[in-house]
Design a binder for this molecule. Structure first.
Ligand SMILES: [Cu+2]
Length: 170
């Protein structure tokens, strides 16, 4: 699915680029007659170059983190299902220092699956969507309790969607 979306995006970007090139070429013949528009073409070209450069430098790693292409084997796989308004986890403990893979989905509406260390530090998050399973790989560096909260407003008791998971040194 991801590769289809990516290919479609590239195709549409190429189509828009081609449209711009065709419009620019069509306007080139009138350039001598309409000098005031020359400035616009320069501004457009500079904006386009800046946009491409900014996009290329800020999309690294591109388009997904490297582990998605070549994942290390997970020490534990945990199924996580979001419901209005609770999380169902297939396991409640994780090993410290080893990669854990959460397979996150939803039974009803979209939720935001986020793992907190303490009250303020998010160590990972992904969407929980009905009909899709998103994989989130995390390594828990410190033993102790972690909280799983919902990051997407999903109804009246959204704020109460709390689960805990314990990282245990093995
Ligand atoms: Cu929610």
């Amino acid at each position: 699915m991801q590769s289809v979306a990516w290919s479609l995006s590239l195709f549409l970007m190429a189509l828009i680029t081609a449209a711009f090139v065709i419009v620019c070429r069509g306007a080139a013949g009138e350039r001598e007659l309409r000098n005031p528009y020359r400035g616009r073409a320069v501004v457009f070209a500079l904006t386009l170059i800046a946009g491409v450069l900014i996009t290329l430098t800020t999309l690294s790693p591109w388009p997904l983190p490297a582990y998605a292409a070549n994942p290390a084997p997970a020490a534990k796989v945990i199924d996580a299902v979001g419901h209005q308004w609770r999380w169902d986890l297939s396991e409640s403990t994780v090993p410290v220092g080893k990669p854990v893979e959460f397979r996150v989905t939803s039974a009803d509406v979209n939720h935001g699956f986020s793992v907190y260390r303490g009250k303020t530090r998010i160590i990972g998050q992904t969407q929980a969507m009905p009909g899709f399973v998103n994989r989130l790989r995390l390594t828990f560096d410190e033993p102790g309790q972690y909280e799983i909260l919902c990051l997407e407003y999903c109804g009246l008791a959204h704020h109460g969607m709390l689960a805990t998971i314990t990282a245990v040194a093995e």
